[in-house]
Design a protein around this ligand. Structure first.
Ligand code: GDP
Length: 331
């Protein structure tokens, strides 16, 4: 049971977040990032209270290799959006942060101007270990930011492993940042990231116009050969200079065009519903896996059965069936 003082404190926290207080939002996110069982229980209550206040934002995923200019671009975009009356939250999914101990947004010098603005909220990557953990926390943080009245949520990720898929699975529109050189294109195409992109931005266009033109042409032809997820939208390729603030307004115009077009077909709503169900299934699967591993009978017999399978004495199917059968027994 939650003690009364804690419940009262949480009620005040909920009210403060809904009243758009950034410090309360930061505190609420810290609570949802905690792995302590009592914190988890409080966090779930908080999330439930916030749920009716979520959904009123455009969720933008931004991905790109380190050094491509993500934080420069997000800062430029954020300042542009604030000027036009928006409130902007920036979150991150960075599975490498748990290894390196740092995070892509952890460095205080990044997005210096944006972080000083009342209308912005910047949150470093949670250090929850596995990608699944980091992504789940970021999903929950995103909902909290919406409850706190942020109408543009940017989720940043680096080009590492499955993090792009995770971010594309929690945002309305997924943006890929590229450098104006062909090698960068090939990398992204090879990794299957281009398929996820609804908008491709070639950043640092100020350095070499010819190279930028070539990169845009290559990317357009690559995109035209891919079957894209939405039948309503052909991903555009844009030239941007984040440092010279060129192409930022045009970029946002594309986001608005995307939003309008997709909304005409109810496609964003459908996408979001599918994302929440997929999230539930991911949680069920990781929960089942954890429960299986923790089951006393599984722990007792797993090593011996695996050895027996390895020695060719037991079939994999039989061993799996037996171990899975333990799950239906109460422990
Ligand atoms: P991130 O690792 O993707 O977040 O990249 P950063 O935003 O930290 O940028 C990496 C470097 O590229 C920095 O030195 C930036 O100043 C520089 N940079 C970013 N955008 C541009 C741009 O549009 N033009 C030029 N010339 N440099 C840029």
């Amino acid at each position: 049971m939650m003690s009364e003082p804690t419940a009262g404190k949480d009620a005040a926290l909920i009210a403060d977040v809904l009243a758009r207080q950034r410090r309360a939002l930061a505190k609420a996110i810290t609570l949802i990032e905690s792995t302590r069982a009592d914190h988890r229980a409080r966090a779930q209550k908080l999330l439930e209270a916030f749920l009716p206040h979520t959904g009123n934002s455009i969720r933008v995923g931004i991905s790109g290799a380190p050094g491509v200019g993500k934080s420069t671009f997000i800062e430029a975009l954020g300042m542009f959006l604030i000027k036009h009356g928006h409130r902007v939250a920036v979150l991150a999914v960075d599975p490498s942060s748990s290894l390196s101990g740092g995070s892509i947004l952890g460095d205080k010098t990044r997005m210096e101007r944006l972080s000083l603005r009342q209308e912005a909220f910047i949150r470093p990557t949670p250090t929850a270990g596995a990608l699944g953990g980091v992504a789940d926390k970021t999903r929950e943080a995103l909902l909290l930011c919406e409850a706190a009245g942020f109408d543009v949520i940017i989720v940043e990720t680096v080009g590492v492993g499955q993090s792009e898929t995770a971010v594309a699975g929690m945002t309305d529109v997924f943006v890929l940042l590229q450098l104006p050189n062909a090698g960068d294109d090939l990398q992204a195409i090879k990794k299957g990231i281009v398929e996820l992109a609804e908008i491709v931005v070639v950043n640092k266009a100020d350095i070499d116009q010819d190279a930028t033109g070539r990169a845009i042409g290559q990317m357009r032809s690559a995109l035209s050969m891919l079957r894209h997820a939405s039948p309503y939208w052909q991903p555009p390729v844009l030239a941007v200079s984040a440092t010279k603030l060129q192409g930022i307004a045009e970029f946002w115009q594309e986001i608005e065009r995307y939003r309008q077009l997709m909304n005409e077909h109810g496609a964003i709503e459908i996408k979001r519903r599918q994302q929440t169900v997929a999230w539930m299934w991911a949680l069920i699967e990781s929960g089942l896996h954890a429960r299986f591993r923790a089951h006393p009978a599984v722990r007792r017999d797993l090593a011996a059965l695996a050895a027996s399978v390895e020695a060719g004495k037991t079939s994999p199917a039989l061993a799996a069936e037996r171990l899975l059968g333990y799950l239906s027994l109460s422990d």
